[in-house]
Design a protein around this ligand. Structure first.
Ligand SMILES: *Cc1c(COP(=O)(O)O)cnc(C)c1O
Length: 402
């Protein structure tokens, strides 16, 4: 069972008209985040990438386990500052406007993830017009990672054309610029690279090692010191197995070895999905069950306009059925007949499917369905306005103490 007892009991007790609902277990989130933190050695800082799920209650529940938050827009910056005042923030994202840069300089952020040469100039320009003494910058680099222990999976991560960060020659140019007059107010702290997502612990370690080695060579070439390397997020979440977890213990042990080779270095990671995916569920009920040309379809209250994750990633969202015995109607209760059902939503598009031909054991109209792994890139990436159905409810369960 991947639905926590707290969430299961809550969903069972909700009136049908309060469905669909996003239900979060903040105690489960705190426990998970604390375990992640505990698996990381000294010298590794844990930031949370707010875009994965910026609900204020989620941000606050993480506060005890994370060192800071990564924000990628002026909107996220303002929002996270409100939700967790005084938390250190790293400000990243491509396409920072002058207004966003000005505001971030004004309020002060812990680290700037600079995306390119022009952004460096723009930041220096804004800074020159303010009384603030200096800012701390990391250069976001898009490194090729195609060799070594990653060959087996033929991963070509990073090093591909993207609008994110800068190519290695851009990083060289920035380091040279920061060695000049710009460097007096823009302190170069190190390198940032977020190269891939969905990596298991051994692949993440190989990437971390590659970024760290590459950065050390860059620093040596320019006779500078990098105190910090941010190796990004992208730790895998397995949507086929909601009970599985990224191997944080192996990852932490690997990072400890890596740090032993680079004394004095601080490593930073900024996962999003792998921190919050497990703390959220999307609960709903079956409105109708039909047979179409030999296949069973369960039509649910809600759909991908609330939980777009399976549509964007092309997966089936894992779920648990909560049987409801009460059937007050005089007509026969529609139910599945084949042992498999496609779980569709209320939208008038064939893309509105949360799970395809999933095994079900006699799913009936009015049964409840609780989708797991809905705590990250779920509600906040969905197209809520399409077809104008009502919004889901939001329930944050768990003790209030942080
Ligand atoms: C999205 C993002 C993350 C988080 O990625 P996850 O796959 O959710 O761990 C971290 N860093 C940057 C720069 C990102 O854009």
């Amino acid at each position: 069972m991947t639905v926590t007892p707290l969430v299961f009991g809550h969903v069972a007790a909700l009136p049908a008209d309060d469905l669909p609902a996003y239900v979060y277990d903040l105690d489960a989130l705190r426990t998970h985040a604390a375990a992640v933190r505990a698996a990381l050695p000294a010298g590794v800082e844990l930031y949370y990438a707010a875009k994965a799920n910026p609900e204020p209650a989620v941000l606050a529940a993480l506060r005890g386990s994370v060192d800071g938050y990564e924000v990628s827009s002026g909107g996220e910056l303002a929002h996270v500052r409100r939700a967790v005042p005084d938390a250190p923030l790293a400000f990243g994202g491509p396409g920072k406007t002058e207004a966003e840069i000005t505001e971030a300089v004004r309020v002060g952020v812990h680290r700037w993830h600079v995306e390119g040469v022009q952004e460096l100039h723009r930041l220096a320009d804004v800074l020159a017009a303010t009384p603030q003494a200096s800012v701390d910058v990391m250069l976001r680099v898009n490194l090729p990672v195609t060799s070594g222990s990653l060959d087996s999976v033929a991963l070509a991560m990073g090093g591909r054309p993207t609008p994110f960060g800068m190519d290695p020659d851009g990083a060289e140019a920035c380091v040279r610029l920061l060695a000049g007059p710009l460097g007096s107010r823009l302190r170069l702290r190190g390198i940032h690279a977020h190269l891939a997502s969905g990596l298991d612990a051994s692949a993440q370690l190989a990437v971390a090692e590659h970024i760290t080695d590459w950065s050390a060579e860059l620093a040596e070439r320019h006779a500078v010191t990098f105190e910090e390397i941010n190796i990004g997020g992208g730790m895998a979440v397995d949507y086929t197995d909601p009970a599985a977890r990224f191997d944080w213990t192996a990852f932490g042990a690997g990072l400890e070895k890596l740090l032993a080779r680079h004394p004095g270095l601080t490593l930073r990671i900024e996962p999003g999905r792998a921190l919050t995916a497990y703390c959220g569920w999307y609960a709903t009920e079956v409105i109708d069950v039909k047979q179409s040309y030999g296949e069973d379809f369960a039509v649910l209250r809600g759909g991908t306009h609330h939980l777009r994750t399976p549509a964007t990633r092309g997966h089936d969202q894992p779920f648990t059925v909560l049987p409801v015995e009460d059937w007050p109607h005089p007509w026969a209760r529609p139910a599945t007949t084949t042992g498999r059902a496609t779980l569709a939503g209320q939208l008038c598009t064939p893309k509105d499917v949360l799970a395809h031909r999933a095994p079900v054991d006699g799913l009936r109209t009015a049964d409840r369905v609780v989708f797991a792994l809905a705590g990250a890139y779920a509600w906040n990436i969905s197209h809520h306005e399409f077809l104008m159905h009502p919004r889901p409810g939001f329930h944050f369960l768990g003790s209030d103490d942080a």
